[in-house]
Design a protein around this ligand. Structure first.
Ligand SMILES: NC(=O)c1ccc[n+]([C@@H]2O[C@H](COP(=O)([O-])OP(=O)(O)OC[C@H]3O[C@@H](n4cnc5c(N)ncnc54)[C@H](OP(=O)(O)O)[C@@H]3O)[C@@H](O)[C@H]2O)c1
Length: 284
C-alpha cells in the first residue's frame, strides 16, 4: 500500500512529497511525474517514480494498487479539458480499488469560470463511488508574492478586485493539509474548505510590500476589462487573461474568503501570515 502523489514535480506536489518524507518511509511514497529527469532528486531519496500523463490513459494502467491512498493534484493545462484528464486518474484509481482519492479542488464559494473544471472533477469523483476527500484549496499567497517584479517596477499593485478580500495561505500550508489527510484517519468522504486564518485586501498587500521594501507602493484598482487587457498585453493568451480577470471579479464579491478554519485545524497550526511569504519572495 502506497501513498501516491500526482503532479509531484509541480510546486505543490514537491512540497507534499517533501512533507510526506518527514512522516513515512520513502519506499511507501510514489511520485507520479511526466518527466522523470525532473524527479531525479526524489528517486535519489528512495521515492518510487511512476511516469504517467493525464492525456494518455494507458500510462495509468496498473499504476495504482488496492489500498493505495492517492492525491490527485489538478493539472494546469486549461486548454486540454482538465475534467477528462482528471477522470483518467479517477477511472484508474477505481479500477485498482484504492482506499482514498483526495483531490485538490477550489473553494465551494468560487463561481468564476476557473472553478468549472473543479466542480466537474468533483462530480466525476463522487459518481465513481471511491472513498474521496475534497481539498478545496483557497488561493496561494504565492499567486501574488511570486509576481512582485512588476509591482516593484511600477510602484503599484494593479488588480480588478476593488475592496475584495482573500483568505490565502502558503502552498506549504495546503501541502500540510494534504499530508494530514494522506497519513491520517477519518478523512473519507469529507470536504474541506481550506483558506488562511486572516483575510486581506490588495491595499493591505501593497502596504505590506511597501513596508518591507521601503518603496512607495499603492493599490491601483482597475476594471475587470482593463485588467484583462493588461494581462493580455503582458503576453497571456486571451482565454487565460479572461479566466484570471474573472477571478478578480469573484474576489471583489468575496468568493475567495474562506473562514471555515479547516486549514489550521487539519495542520494543527496557524496558517502562514502573508507577510512571511512576502519576505520569503523578497529574499529569494
Ligand atoms: N489555489 C491556487 O491558488 C492555485 C494557483 C495556481 C494553480 N492551482 C491549481 O493547483 C494545481 C497545483 O498547483 P501548483 O502550484 O503545484 O501548480 P504547478 O506548479 O503548475 O503544477 C502543476 C502540476 O500538474 C502536472 N501536470 C499538468 N498537466 C499534466 C498532465 N497532462 N499529466 C500529468 N501531470 C500534469 C505538472 O507536471 P509537470 O511538473 O511535468 O509540469 C505539475 O506537476 C495547479 O495545477 C492548478 O490546477 C491552484
Amino acid at each position: 500500500m502506497s501513498i501516491v502523489v500526482t503532479g509531484a514535480t509541480g510546486h505543490l506536489g514537491r512540497l507534499v512529497v517533501e512533507q510526506l518524507l518527514e512522516k513515512v518511509p520513502a519506499e511507501r511514497i510514489t511520485a507520479v511525474v511526466r518527466t522523470p529527469e525532473k524527479a531525479a532528486d526524489l528517486a535519489g531519496r528512495g521515492v518510487r517514480i511512476a511516469v504517467a500523463d493525464y492525456n494518455a490513459p494507458e500510462t495509468f494502467d496498473g499504476l495504482f494498487a488496492a489500498g493505495d491512498r492517492v492525491l490527485l493534484i489538478s493539472g494546469n493545462e486549461f486548454d486540454k479539458g482538465r475534467v477528462q484528464q482528471h477522470r483518467v486518474v479517477i477511472d484508474a484509481a477505481e479500477a485498482a480499488g484504492v482506499a482514498l482519492l483526495a483531490y485538490t479542488s477550489a473553494p465551494g464559494s468560487l463561481t468564476a469560470a476557473l472553478a468549472d473544471d473543479h466542480r466537474g472533477t468533483e462530480e466525476a469523483l463522487l459518481a465513481s463511488g471511491l472513498p474521496y476527500t475534497l481539498l478545496r484549496n483557497g488561493w496561494y499567497h504565492e499567486n501574488y508574492t511570486e509576481q512582485l517584479a512588476p509591482v516593484l517596477e511600477h510602484g503599484a499593485v494593479v488588480q480588478a478586485a476593488g475592496e475584495g478580500r482573500i483568505s490565502s495561505a502558503s502552498r506549504a500550508d495546503y501541502a500540510a493539509a494534504a499530508v494530514a489527510v494522506l497519513t491520517g484517519e477519518g478523512h473519507e468522504n469529507r470536504t474541506y474548505e481550506l483558506g488562511g486564518d486572516q483575510a486581506w485586501g490588495f491595499a493591505e498587500f501593497a502596504a505590506e510590500v511597501s513596508r518591507q521594501t521601503g518603496k512607495e507602493i499603492d493599490y491601483r484598482p482597475v476594471s475587470v476589462e482593463e485588467y484583462q487587457g493588461i494581462l493580455a498585453g503582458a503576453g497571456l493568451p486571451g482565454p487565460l487573461a479572461a479566466i484570471l480577470a474573472g477571478v478578480d471579479a469573484s474576489i471583489e464579491k468575496g468568493e475567495l474568503v474562506v473562514d471555515s478554519g479547516d486549514l489550521s485545524r487539519l495542520t494543527g497550526r496557524p496558517t502562514t501570515p502573508l507577510a512571511d511569504s512576502v519576505a520569503a519572495a523578497l529574499e529569494g
